[in-house]
Design a protein around this ligand. Structure first.
Ligand SMILES: *Cc1c(COP(=O)(O)O)cnc(C)c1O
Length: 474
């Protein structure tokens, strides 16, 4: 280590640092305390002065900062601390219902309903006609019955909760029969065997990974059976030599044995998606028609609403779920019930659904449309990339996400960036970091030596252009 020779006494030098009081009193200092309060301002300013003192003590070149400089540094620190942790981003990953990016974005109708319910007291559990206590789920039960044909409905926090509550209500201390090919794990957070265990149900696996027959279910039903559970193979497909017991036949044997049959649809859609060019996914109505006693599904997947879990089906079983004490721990709050009611109402007019429901609007965009949009942005994109990069518009395929239609890929288009350098991996990582560090972070994907921004979910074009401009200037 080199010894630092001071030409001036240390205490004299420290004395040239401004005091906390002087910084607080300067113009910028007053702004800091007006915005963040006296005590936070004083703490941040004191911390800033300590940094200067430490710099000096470590022998760095020492120019004592003036009061304004210290105050502005303190302001920057406090502003950074105050920035929201959860921020909007651009989801240009090509996965529309991206669990890590918050799944479905809400319709304007749902947003308005949430805002109204936040700002005012509501009749959440209050019957305005009779002045008696009401039930919160009543705000959507009728709608769900109308749209699905179910006898009754119960709403909980998410679909994992729906499965937990249904199993706990019907199969606690008993066996729940599941096909071995359906013992799924979704996104690491939802493992069917673990949920069953928490529900107090004993897992009874039947069949093999690739083939389960109706006779396997028949053989497993006995006095200890609490329920039969079918789970949608959401994020994978078993191909080749396979056999799946048809739900209608499972329902038949469940009925004759007097055992409830739960069909966990996962994503759960209320409409025939082939109308918008997607593959037809079994709907909630299909599952009920096939004879499921209870059907469970999510609110924020294909349905396009807020996070929520539905349990719909036979009135006596739904009531039993609603009366379970666990329901109290899993119930929805007024915000999400408001969003859900508004979202479900959109389903009354399927002709306008793709216009109003962002998720469906994104699914139904054609490659031509997205490609034209990408070509409009290409000059801005190339300019933002700068030297060392080739920007282009490429064909790509997007996914629905969240385990909905896992084998379906939607033909789309993306802005792509390929590095000219040899160290492509590093260049791509640093570009993707630059995009993530923008004021509205842009999240793309790296695929085949290129960074791709799939524009399927791009609505807010003005802000996107502003972000590309910002990159150009940076
Ligand atoms: C997504 C999914 C779940 C979990 O639903 P959440 O709403 O994420 O809790 C459960 N079962 C299946 C089949 C799913 O696809």
């Amino acid at each position: 280590m080199t010894k630092v020779v001071h030409t001036e006494g240390e205490s004299a030098k420290f004395a040239r640092l401004p005091s906390v009081d002087r910084v607080m009193a300067c113009d910028a200092g007053r702004i800091v305390s007006a915005r963040f309060g006296q005590s936070a301002a004083a703490d941040a300013i004191r911390a800033q002065i300590s940094i200067s003192r430490a710099n000096f003590a470590s022998g760095e070149d020492f120019h004592p900062p003036d009061t304004e400089t210290v105050a502005r540094a303190a302001l920057a620190t406090l502003e950074a601390l105050d920035a929201p942790s959860q921020r909007r981003v651009f989801n240009l990953t090509g996965t529309v219902l991206h669990t890590n990016l918050g799944r479905a974005t809400l319709s304007e109708e749902a947003i308005a309903a949430v805002v109204e319910s936040m700002r005012h007291p509501t009749n959440l559990e209050f019957n305005l006609a009779s002045a008696a206590r009401g039930e919160r789920d009543d705000h959507v039960r009728g709608l769900v019955r109308e749209l699905t044909g179910a006898e009754d409905a119960c709403l909980v926090n998410n679909n994992a909760s729906a499965v937990l509550l249904a199993l706990n209500t019907l199969a606690r201390g008993r066996e729940a029969i599941v096909s071995r090919g359906e013992l799924i794990e979704i996104g690491g957070a939802f493992r069917l065997p673990d949920i069953m265990q928490r529900a107090g149900a004993k897992l009874r696996e039947v069949g093999t990974t690739n083939r389960t027959h109706i006779r396997d279910f028949e053989a497993a039903i006995g006095p200890r059976t609490g329920a039969i559970l079918k789970a949608h193979a959401s994020n994978y497909a078993i191909l080749g030599f396979t056999a799946e017991a048809p739900p209608a036949e499972i329902a038949k044997i469940a009925r004759s044995a007097g055992t409830p049959f739960i069909d966990d649809l996962g994503s759960g859609t209320l409409v025939d998606l082939s109308r918008w060019g997607l593959r037809r996914e079994r709907t909630v109505q299909d599952a009920l028609r096939d004879g499921a006693d209870l059907v469970t599904f999510s609110g924020d997947k294909l349905l396009g609403g807020p996070q929520a879990g539905f349990i719909v089906g036979r009135a006596d079983l739904v009531r039993a779920c609603a009366k379970n004490h666990l329901k109290r721990a899993l119930r929805l709050d007024k915000l999400r019930l408001a969003a859900l009611e508004a979202t479900l109402k959109l389903y009354r007019n399927p002709d306008k659904l793709a216009e109003r429901l962002p998720a469906l609007r994104y699914f139904s965009r054609t490659r031509d449309e997205i490609s034209a949009q990408a070509n409009r942005f290409l000059p801005f994109w190339s300019r933002a990339l700068g030297a060392g990069w080739t920007g282009s518009v490429i064909d790509c395929s997007s996914q629905i996400g969240s385990g909905a239609l896992p084998m379906e890929s939607l033909p789309g288009a993306a802005l792509a960036a390929s590095p000219d350098s040899r160290r492509k991996g590093r260049a791509l990582d640093s570009l993707s970091r630059r995009l993530r560090e923008l004021p509205v972070p842009v999240i793309g994907r790296i695929h085949e030596d290129a960074l791709q921004l799939d524009l399927r979910c791009l609505d807010d074009e003005d802000t996107f252009v502003a972000m590309l401009d910002q990159m150009t200037k940076a």
